[in-house]
Design a protein around this ligand. Structure first.
Ligand code: SAM
Length: 351
């Protein structure tokens, strides 16, 4: 194990079988896991010091035309209480976030056709006009390249689109047949070609996921070279077909975070809300395993409890100010500090 971990740290990758070996033997000796975490933590500190970048997450619609089997806001979930924020409400979220020192706004939502390209562009330019010093990240799912180009031209800087799983068979077990990994990957390539800083990623412990699938995810990311990687544990939602599936674990998610940090020393790697949901100190442990980004919610209190991708989601009853303060304190308690910066990928510049 140690030899493989050292080689991963030195070379930034391994063969598929070696990743599978690493994953399947990760619990043989807890000392090995700690060793991996400590190397990943040092790698993160070498690149980012003890700075933790903040992203203000605005969950602006929970309408979705897709029916992903794992997701609480899937179209087929008739129990979900649907909402859309108005542009003014979104601006209010940005105003509050700017006041807290956030310099990145992440606009995330289900695939909601009501938000046409025109509406998205209008919203992006309005935010950019008011806050030219801030980065805008979009996470609206799959659209055509022309649409992505329009969003970029309107001022969006980054795009998050988790690939979910690189394996076509596994993808087909998580999604209905109108969705394909080929199109998802095409979207990621298009976004990168256009000039976005892109984020891909996957759920850890999603139903039917094997070690081979995870190894394929690592290798796909190596090929794609994204600027951000979003991973978090799968957590079941009671009103989805996967209601009885076991959740992903803290330990496996931390393990994957550390592997990714060693593979991608400079990548922007969030400790996600899902990680904070499966363990009260999940986000702190994520940072100690190599993550360097946190994404507190800026969504209005009235809608937070409706953007429910999975059961038990934390921070649904708090005001944005409380979430921000809580995050600052959590990071300080483990010797890190949240910073007021755009936090672009190192060396990235917009053409
Ligand atoms: N519609 C956009 C998209 O498809 O990228 C963004 C919103 S989507 C709800 C954001 C992410 O939530 C997905 O990429 C997925 O990985 C994650 N997610 C959905 N359901 C989840 C669950 N039950 N547990 C953990 N993460 C989940």
């Amino acid at each position: 194990m140690r030899e493989l971990i050292d080689r991963l740290a030195r070379q930034g990758t391994l063969e598929k079988e070696e990743f599978v070996f690493l994953l399947s033997h990760r619990n043989d000796d807890p000392g090995d896991r700690e060793y991996l975490y400590s190397l990943a933590r040092s790698r993160s500190i070498e690149n980012y010091g003890h700075d933790i970048y903040l992203r203000g997450l605005i969950e602006f619609t929970n309408y979705c035309r897709n029916d992903c089997y794992y997701c609480g806001i899937r179209a087929g979930n008739t129990k979900a209480e649907r909402y859309r924020l108005t542009e003014d409400q979104i601006m209010d979220c940005c105003d509050a976030g700017y006041g807290f020192g956030f310099r990145t706004f992440v606009l995330q939502g289900g695939e909601d056709p009501w938000f046409t390209d025109d509406k998205v562009c209008h919203m992006v330019s309005r935010i950019k006009d008011r806050y030219p010093d801030c980065a805008i990240t979009l996470s609206l799912g799959e659209r055509e390249k022309d649409s992505y180009q329009r969003f970029y031209d309107a001022g969006a800087d980054r795009y998050l689109l988790r690939h979910e799983t690189a394996d076509p068979e596994h993808y087909a077990r998580l999604h209905p047949s109108d969705l394909s990994i080929e199109h998802r990957k095409q979207c990621l390539r298009d976004l990168k070609d256009i000039g976005f800083q892109i984020g891909a990623g996957f759920m850890v412990g999603s139903p039917y996921q094997t070690y081979e699938n995870l190894a394929d995810d690592f290798l796909y990311l190596k090929e794609l070279q994204p600027h951000m990687i979003g991973i978090g544990p799968f957590i079941h939602h009671s009103d989805t077909p996967f209601r009885d599936c076991p959740d992903g674990t803290l330990e496996m998610t931390l393990f994957c975070l550390s592997v990714l940090r060693l593979m991608f020393p400079k990548v922007l790697l969030p400790a996600t809300t899902a990680l904070g949901t499966i363990d009260p100190l999940g986000r702190e442990k994520g940072v100690q395993a190599g993550a360097n980004v946190v994404m507190p919610s800026l969504s209005p209190k009235g809608v937070r409890g409706k953007y429910l991708l999975y059961d038990g989601k934390i921070c649904t009853g708090e005001e944005a100010a409380e979430c921000h303060r809580c995050m600052e304190m959590r990071m300080e308690r483990i010797g890190y500090h949240t910073v007021s910066a755009r936090g672009d990928y190192k060396g990235w510049s917009r053409e």
